[in-house]
Ligand binder design. Sequence first.
Ligand code: PLP
Length: 411
Amino acid sequence: MTNINHNYTELQGSYLFSEIAKRRTKFTQENPDAQIISLGIGDVTRGLPEAVIQAMHAAVDELASPGSFRGYGPEQGYDFLIQAIIENDYKARGIEIGTNEVFLSDGSKCDVGNIQEIFSQDSIVAVQDPVYPVYVDTNVMAGRSGAFNPETKQYEKIVYLPTSAENDFIPSLPDRKVDLIYLCYPNNPTGMTLSKAELKRWVDYAKANDCIILYDSAYEAFIQEEDVPRSIYEIEGAKEVAIEFRSFSKTAGFTGVRCAYTVVPRELKGKDANGNILLVNDLWNRRHTTKFNGVSYVTQRGAAAIYSPEGKKQIASIVEYYMTNARIIREGLSSLGLEVFGGVNAPYIWLKTPNGLDSWAFFDKLLSEAHIVGTPGVGFGQSGQGYFRLTAFGSRENTEIAVERIRKLSL
Ligand code: PLP
């Protein structure tokens, strides 16, 4: 038999969502009439914006005739979309990004998962705790994590940066030298953000310690407050130390259509085993062109349409819809005396479970007494114990019903 990549044996089962599904199924079998509302999933529920639909229809028609047919496109993405991204997401905010610094892909999950591949096997990785699991698992697959410690429920070589109410959700800088730091803002799962001054501390740390920040900004479109940084490149010098990931998934309902992009600045450098300086951008370009064949033309036309005047309005109204849900949940639960975080600049609400219940005990209470499914915070990491995530991606009606049901619980 062929030997497998032994790093895969270090992966822990995707316990969180399978356990949620198991408990939900058991409950529905025992209570077939219960109308369950899910505020657990991270998927969106509104349709695609009209501007996107129209652009995609037109693009399909173009593909129908040999004169306007498009086959393989540039792996990095079509110029029309890259230009729209640069103009709207960066230039409009005073940030200069070059056309060769943007890489379109079929999703941020792939990008944040694949990026580690271009860095050395012995890189030390830091993640926030709680964390989007993809960052950790892809480094486990690559052999960077060390063994899983069943007692601490953490990997030995990964540096975890706790974020909880105790530190106002502002993680401390690593207490040792690390090579790669994953930061996610607005954060999944906590829904919290960093101020410019706080983000600057990370950029300064990265500069002083020769490390690279992998900045996942999949939820950037949900930022409401003016002073919250929308891009890490708003911080001076960040182009020398940071890669930024953005996605159209939540912004424009592209979770099924699939389109995202990654910015890899030309200023960002690494070194090979002989100490030669290499541009990270060249390496990512090499990786991308070798392993990826471009986002479909139809999809890229759809994505470009969100930057049109109608597209912008439609996107704004989708974001407003979800952020109104977030407000309904946040204000509803706060009025019950619950400690609630996030939900202001992100579609996630992170609540402290009442009466010291652990995350799973609160999950069971919510499911059995209110017929609501959420996500236990501990599933995202040990610092998530005693917290619970609700999402704002449901329908308005379900969101309102859910809050009313929680109101009737004895907490
Ligand atoms: N990054 C974070 C923090 C996410 O929460 C998600 C999706 O839930 C992604 C990336 C993945 O986005 P995409 O749909 O573009 O793969």
